[in-house]
Design a protein around this ligand. Sequence first.
Ligand SMILES: NC(=O)c1ccc[n+]([C@@H]2O[C@H](COP(=O)([O-])OP(=O)(O)OC[C@H]3O[C@@H](n4cnc5c(N)ncnc54)[C@H](OP(=O)(O)O)[C@@H]3O)[C@@H](O)[C@H]2O)c1
Length: 337
Amino acid sequence: MRVVLVGFGNLGRGLSRAFIQKASFLHRSYGLIPRVVAAVDEFGAVVDEKGLDLARLLEAAEKKGTVAAAKGGKRGKLAIKVIEDVEADVVYELTPTNIKTGEPGLTHIKRAMRAGKHVITSNKGPLVVAFRELDSLAKRCGVEFRYSASVGGAVPVIELARKLLAGNEIREIRGVLNGTTNYILTRMTTEGAPFEIVLREAQELGIAEKDPTLDLEGIDTACKLVILADSLLGMNAKLGDVRRTGITRIGPEAIRLAQEAGQTIKLVGIARRGSLEVGPKLVPLGHPLAVGGTLNAVTFELDLAREISIAGFGAGPKETSSSLLGDLIDIHRTLGG
Ligand SMILES: NC(=O)c1ccc[n+]([C@@H]2O[C@H](COP(=O)([O-])OP(=O)(O)OC[C@H]3O[C@@H](n4cnc5c(N)ncnc54)[C@H](OP(=O)(O)O)[C@@H]3O)[C@@H](O)[C@H]2O)c1
């Protein structure tokens, strides 16, 4: 399968490493040979229709900060041009998330679909802004569209529900979907430390962003909830439909009281048809949602299976490459490979 990587940051590189590491496994197990024919970042692109040498590409990008520094690379070459002109089967859209406009990912995805290319993305922006539009465009263009990595990182939340729980009606989805806030709440709980101190340490460790607003105010969780609501509950939700409270007002006292009652405080997103909410919630200790550190967890409430929960690593280039690779294998199988 000929693959184009649009975005060669943490995930583009993590996925390339997984392609190298898994090459013979993918061939042996699925008859799948991913051939990366182009990689693009903000500075430029490199194209080789015979397939790029990924180890060399990684080395060049890591040393010089752009894929354009690799052999044959061109500075100033735009993603749109590569998406439309390079012959490929699948475009991975792995650029930064913009939840207001969805760009540049939204345009990349639409152009790829219109050019008859299957799309895999980890980018929440285009999904939050235009889920329905992209879903129906993919159908009209006759291409596959996968976005497993956009919610839960390595945790196969969407695919679990779509495939293995397909016979159930999903009544409710509850999720701890943001690693940064979960890390902060976990440390406040285990150490009794105040919010500001834990936040500062999380920023020093690179777990929280310099501007942590999207995480702390529950906006990142709300984005993921919108994607789950649209993809699994058939809603046409927008970010403004989510009632939202962040974690900035939670103090050690609230945490202590929760603990005394055998509970813990988590930032939980809750989706039911017609109602979307993000806020700090009490979760009983020992419940599958009471995961620690940067872990993510999701519980589905279902008519037949009653409750099913899943947990794991919600971010990280290696961990998330599990979902990105899974989507490619899934498309390969869907196409009869
Ligand atoms: N990191 C994770 O664990 C994780 C997990 C799940 C989902 N996600 C989502 O996945 C996406 C990628 O994450 P990441 O961590 O890999 O981000 P990243 O490290 O910031 O990488 C983004 C890449 O996109 C490139 N880019 C930016 N604008 C572009 C444009 N107009 N045309 C072409 N390339 C462009 C950047 O190029 P330059 O470097 O040249 O600027 C960079 O190579 C984000 O939307 C993120 O929210 C990330």
